[in-house]
Design a protein around this ligand. Structure first.
Ligand code: C2E
Ligand code: CA
Ligand code: CA
Ligand code: CA
Length: 281
């Protein structure tokens, strides 16, 4: 009872009150942000490590707030999940980024295997009409399914609910690439790697942070790469920040990666300018 009492008092602390107000204000603003064009998409190249060729881009959403400036997704995606607008947000991102890809395919000399990688929240995988929605967009925009990869977190994928499995299998059948995102941060079982209809695994950048400072980390990362390949999947490493890291991953036989060393995420006009002139970073 004492504990409960403390919690109740906590709610009325001025700081909490302020942050609750701010949160509810941001929730209202976020609902409007989607319809009033305040969400913007940035794009970060993914490269083939052997050649530094650009294999595609990952789509990363930001919120261009009229007063607060550019807000990073880690701040508002959890809020969007909490207040139930993540569905609208993810659909907006999918549609807007596929439109961008269609425009690039029309105007630029993109490689045939160029892939757009879109993050999907756990909630989205539970929507029965997700696959129809994606199929419709691809058809409307004349984009082949293999040009799209969806990135889904480990935690969202391992629950293996019926609808989730249906979504994954139908996406695979459609020809859309499926990637496990944030690998190494969530669930601890690894057997699911061989059981799910996925084709790629993106190793979380937290695993690279100590690559050259912590004893054994290089061997540890090499073992993870072996594990992913033994499961018959393709590994992508994110958060490559130095040339040394890129060299080490390449030497291990890792095929592809992304990170500040190659390029930061950039707004559409910069990405367009880059892709128009550059095939290798
Ligand atoms: P994520 O999918 O793991 O995305 C990678 C994050 O690492 C991005 O942060 C990216 O900017 C950052 N990053 C890339 N290279 C480097 C590097 O070399 N060093 C460091 N320190 N960071 C690097 P960002 O853009 O802030 O996105 C954060 C998270 O927000 C994403 O993590 C993803 O979970 C979520 N997110 C972003 N866009 C979307 C979206 O459209 N829909 C959904 N559902 N989630 C999104
Ligand atoms: Ca991702
Ligand atoms: Ca990550
Ligand atoms: Ca993430």
């Amino acid at each position: 009872a004492k504990r409960e009492g403390r919690n109740i008092i906590k709610v009325f602390e001025p700081v909490m009150l302020y942050s609750r107000q701010l949160r509810s204000q941001m929730a209202t603003e976020l609902r409007d942000a989607i319809s009033s064009d305040q969400l913007v998409l940035h794009y970060q190249p993914v490269v083939e490590l052997a050649t530094n060729r650009i294999l595609g881009v990952e789509v990363l959403v930001r919120w261009q707030h009229p007063l607060r400036g550019l807000i990073p997704p880690d701040t508002f995606i959890p809020l969007a999940e909490e207040i139930g607008v993540i569905h609208d947000l993810d659909r907006w991102v999918m549609s807007a980024s596929l439109r961008q890809l269609a425009a690039w395919r029309k105007d630029l000399p993109l490689d045939d295997d160029f892939q757009l990688r879109v993050n999907l929240s756990a909630v989205e995988l539970k929507q029965l009409d997700l696959v129809d929605h994606i199929r419709g967009l691809l058809r409307e925009l004349d984009v082949p399914a293999h040009s799209l990869v969806v990135e889904i977190t480990e935690t969202a994928i391992v629950t293996r609910g019926e609808v989730e499995m249906y979504s994954l299998l139908s996406l695979k059948q459609l020809g859309v690439g499926i990637e496990i995102d944030d690998f190494g941060t969530g669930y601890s079982s690894i057997s699911y790697l061989r059981e799910l209809p996925v084709s790629m695994v993106k190793v979380d950048r937290s695993l690279l942070v100590e690559l050259n400072t912590r004893t054994g980390q290089l061997d540890f990362v090499a073992a993870i790469l072996q594990l992913i390949r033994a499961a018959g999947l393709e590994a992508v490493f994110e958060g490559i920040e130095t040339r040394e890291q890129a060299d080490q991953l390449r030497a291990m036989g890792c095929a592809s990666g992304q990170g500040y060393y190659f390029s930061r995420p950039m707004p559409a006009d910069e990405a367009t300018a880059l892709l128009a002139t550059t095939r290798h970073l």
